[in-house]
Design a protein around this ligand. Structure first.
Ligand code: GLV
Length: 326
């Protein structure tokens, strides 16, 4: 019997590819080209499965061009690149990679918070530029992290990981806002207190965004919300570009309406709003929150397991629209 045909849409670990090749006839993209939507659809034609990353948009138009497609396995926990209702309507299974990246991503959220509050990259640039000629009492004085108030918007697995780091490691007072309140047990484990979005914005010394992107969460933080924050506050976005209005944020940073921001994700990335590149009080990283070798391997393995699980054994591990299976 011939093997099912799949497309691996971006470069992956050679070991992942070798494993997939044991089960499938694979068209790969080890040259790591970022294809246009038309190119992606053309390559998906005749394939039963796709190994995707957050950069491939799978929507009604792409699906209409690929009637043989049965499953798309995203190597990411976020899946706003998938139109899941459109996939469900066409009986295409969607999968993502939850859990395996939670702690690594929470570590990075905390690293970005620390780097932003304590002005790590700004001071390094100063040193590298040869500007450090003497020590002075207020040089790169930043904001206190330990003992301050940590606000978290979006309290899923990663938000809870950040809350635990803040509460248990840094003695922070943790407040959060989420669509639904955590159970008392989870709140106790995170030492986190549920507050309104307004109280969160007004009270947090450091506000970390970890909510999923959707039409509803577009520009959750814009000029009005930034105006509600303390002028001494730090904002960290490790969620998705588009949750923050980057233009409004750049203006708030320039005018010191908030103290600083740390951003791992951007509206329209890999493009970055030009105004963000001109303000010193922002730490910018290229969407690397889950990027450790171990975690990226675990994500690739889980995406591959989902393809093999579904196309070979009929049992995907982490389906997003399990109704397709029935
Ligand atoms: C990364 O952003 C992910 O969603 O896994």
């Amino acid at each position: 019997m011939s093997k099912p045909r799949i497309l691996v849409a971006r470069a992956v670990f050679p070991e992942t590819l070798a494993r997939l090749e044991q089960h499938f006839e694979v068209e790969h993209n080890q040259a790591d080209q970022v294809w246009s939507k038309q190119d992606l659809a053309a390559r998906l034609r005749g394939k039963a499965g796709a190994f995707t990353t957050g950069t491939e948009r799978i929507d009604a138009e792409v699906l209409a061009a690929c009637p043989e497609l049965k499953v798309c396995a995203n190597m990411a926990v976020g899946y706003n690149n998938f139109d899941v209702p459109a996939m469900t309507a066409r009986k295409v299974l969607a999968t993502n990679t939850p859990d395996v990246l939670t702690e690594t991503t929470a570590d990075f959220g905390f690293a970005l918070l620390m780097a932003t509050a304590r002005r790590v990259t700004e001071s390094e640039h100063y040193l590298r530029a040869g500007k450090w000629t003497k020590w002075s009492y207020d040089m790169f004085a930043g904001a206190e992290v330990h003992g301050s108030t940590l606000g978290i918007l979006g309290m899923g697995r990663i938000g809870q990981g950040i809350a635990k780091r803040g509460a248990h490691g840094f003695g922070m007072d943790v407040i959060y806002h989420n669509r639904s309140r955590l159970s008392p047990d989870l709140e106790a484990a995170c030492k986190a207190r549920y507050v309104s979005k307004e109280e969160l914005l007004e009270t947090a010394d450091h506000l970390v965004l970890v909510l999923p992107y959707s039409a509803e969460s577009h520009h959750t933080i814009g000029a009005a919300e930034l105006a509600q924050m303390k002028p001494t506050a730090t904002l960290v976005n490790i969620a998705r570009g588009g949750i923050v209005d980057d233009g409004a944020l750049a203006a708030a940073l320039r005018d010191r309406r908030i103290a600083a921001a740390g951003l791992d994700v951007f509206e329209g990335e890999p493009k970055v709003h030009p105004d963000l590149l001109t303000v010193p009080n922002v730490v910018l990283t290229p969407h690397i929150a889950s990027a450790t070798v171990q975690t990226r391997r675990a994500m690739a393995d889980l995406a591959a397991d989902n393809l093999i699980g579904f196309l070979v054994n009929g049992r995907p591990l982490t389906p997003l629209n399990p109704e397709v299976l029935s």
